[in-house]
Ligand binder design. Structure first.
Ligand code: ZN
Length: 198
């Protein structure tokens, strides 16, 4: 029996890719038309994000080079509601704030990243509506982290050269040519929930 795949539990399970996957370094392509396939992808990305314990996820992290991201920050701040953003654009950056972030694509790595405190965001919803809003604090941080993924930028790019070499060494040591299988439970626990962005 096949269904339209939109019901919970019927969707294909998306596989996370981790450091070493080329797709993480590519600039993702804009989505020209919001098709059924894109709508299904948005739903499946939300499910994958919940399954992995992130508060955000960008399509390149599941091996798809398209400009779509999902987020749900309610575990940290009830005001950061579940959202799917297509072709997000950030403008009007204000202020700066340093915070620790973890990334589902970089198991075992945490980085202090300076982000804009407040941003203006434009994009489209899964229904094709134009979305335009201001985001600040942790909400703004999630969107900046995920938008980085759409541009092929990873947390380790914010490290000083020596720290970056050490982080890459740590990732390689884990066997970075493999996929998410080595995102072991202990690594998830090692990163505090508040810092795991996605
Ligand atoms: Zn990430």
């Amino acid at each position: 029996m096949r269904s339209n795949g939109m019901e919970k539990g019927m969707a294909r399970k998306l596989e996370l890719v981790t450091y070493g996957a080329k797709v993480l370094r590519q600039k993702a392509a804009p989505i020209e038309e919001i098709t059924d396939e894109i709508r299904r992808l948005g739903q499946e990305m939300l499910q994958a994000m919940y399954a992995e314990g992130g508060v955000g996820l960008a399509a390149p992290q599941v091996g798809i080079s398209k400009r779509i991201l999902v987020l749900d920050g309610t575990s940290v701040d009830p005001a950061i509601r579940p959202m799917v953003l297509i072709n997000p654009e950030i403008s009007d950056r204000e202020g700066e704030e340093v915070g620790r972030e973890g990334c589902l694509s970089l198991p075992g790595i945490e980085v202090e990243v300076k982000r804009s405190q407040k941003i203006h965001v434009q994009g489209r919803s899964l229904e094709g509506e134009t979305l335009e809003f201001d985001a600040k604090g942790f909400f703004a941080r999630i969107i900046q982290h995920e938008t980085d993924h759409l541009n092929g930028i990873l947390l380790i790019d914010y490290l000083k050269p020596m720290e970056r070499i050490l982080a890459i060494w740590k990732l390689r040591k884990r066997g970075w040519r493999e996929d998410s299988e080595f995102l072991k439970e202990k690594d998830k626990q090692a990163i505090t929930q508040n810092t795991m962005i996605g």
